[in-house]
Design a protein around this ligand. Structure first.
Ligand SMILES: Nc1nc2c(c(CN[C@H]3C=C[C@H](O)[C@@H]3O)cn2[C@@H]2O[C@H](COP(=O)(O)O)[C@@H](O)[C@H]2O)c(=O)[nH]1
Length: 317
């Protein structure tokens, strides 16, 4: 266990350190320190406290089934934009309705058998989902590995992590290859772990820091580098996109997964929000959690559909 705990401690340190490494070499995205200062000055005492389930779209029963639901949800929490009508809330509320209708719908043996059309039916979605084959493959992987190593239950996976969010992220990424969200940038491995970290944050939010959501190291989590938060940071002036990248995003051109542009967008977002958090702490003397900053930025972004975001086909976000 000592070895597991030591490795676990590194998971989010690696995310932070590699994001800073990219930000120091970035050529398509600039992090504007003065803008971060401005946001911290203006906002430090008025960061809105967003309720975790502010949209009222998630399943919650205060027990292990909620954990299973959240793990399945975050296994599929990526790439909605290729279907202009599909959003995260369709996934969250579709899975919720499926579970309310049939409590065994996310049993590990059943997760290993879903087909694309069955998943669509489960979500009550009328046409193929973006990256549907990958979604199905990831569901199978989740079912198989939960059964093999955790008695079929995501709640056992969480219990095995000794109330440590970083141990949870390390355990998930070592057992479930589909959660190993990383890239190689200028020869260096860069870690994001977006869906693994968001699962820890979802537990923390849903269970209000108690029970399955009780983590002594919740402060170690970074933002979840998706396609909404970078767009919000750009709107706030915190990220400046150089002209070629700005044109690609504004003209809705696809940005290749693993390209320098994509890695810089994600890594600079993590780096900038960490700086923002440090400054807010300095100015207000108060500890602000990155999960709270993330939820504020994300909620701001999804309420502004006119914000242009980058478009990358990815299973990670
Ligand atoms: N950084 C960050 N990214 C997040 C979330 C969430 C949802 N978290 C739930 C947890 C508590 C709240 O109740 C939220 O509802 C989804 N995403 C990402 O957004 C994108 C989807 O956008 P659109 O296509 O417009 O639906 C996609 O990349 C998805 O992975 C978050 O919290 N933070």
């Amino acid at each position: 266990m000592a070895m597991a705990a030591a490795l676990a401690g590194m998971a989010m340190d690696e995310v932070r350190a590699s994001a800073a490494w990219v930000a120091a070499r970035s050529s398509h995205v600039t992090v504007d320190s003065e803008a971060i200062e401005r946001v911290a000055d203006n906002m430090h005492d008025k960061i809105p406290k967003i309720e975790w389930d502010f949209e009222g779209i998630h399943y919650f029963d205060d027990g292990p089934l909620t954990v299973q639901y959240l793990f399945v949800l975050d296994a599929l929490n990526f790439c909605f934009w290729p279907d202009k009508d599909l959003n995260y809330d369709d996934l969250a509320s579709g899975l919720k309705a499926a579970l309310e209708n049939d409590k065994s719908v996310f049993d590990a043996d059943r997760l290993q058998k879903y087909t694309g059309p069955e998943l669509r039916k489960l979500l009550n979605w009328p046409r193929p989902l973006p990256l549907e084959d990958e979604r199905v493959r990831l569901l199978h992987e989740v079912g198989y590995e939960l059964e093999r190593s955790f008695g079929g239950k995501a709640s056992n996976l969480v219990k095995s992590c000794e109330k440590s969010a970083s141990m949870l992220v390390a355990t998930i990424t070592s057992h479930f290859p589909g959660f190993r969200d990383h890239s190689v940038y200028k020869g260096h491995q860069v870690f994001f772990y977006k869906r693994a970290q968001i699962f820890a944050a979802d537990l923390f939010g849903a269970f209000k820091g108690q029970g399955y959501g009780d983590f002594h190291d919740i402060t170690s989590i970074t933002i979840f580098a998706d396609y909404i938060v970078p767009a919000v940071l750009r709107e706030l002036g915190v990220l400046i996109y150089h002209s070629k990248l700005a044109t690609m995003i504004d003209s809705e051109s696809e940005i290749a997964a693993g390209s320098e542009e994509e890695v810089e967008l994600r890594a600079c977002s993590i780096y900038a929000v960490e700086k923002m958090r440090d400054l807010i702490r300095l100015k207000s003397g108060k500890q602000v959690l990155t999960v709270e900053l993330d939820l504020w930025l994300w909620a701001y972004g999804v309420q502004r559909p006119s914000l242009q975001h980058h478009r990358t086909l990815s299973i990670y976000y």
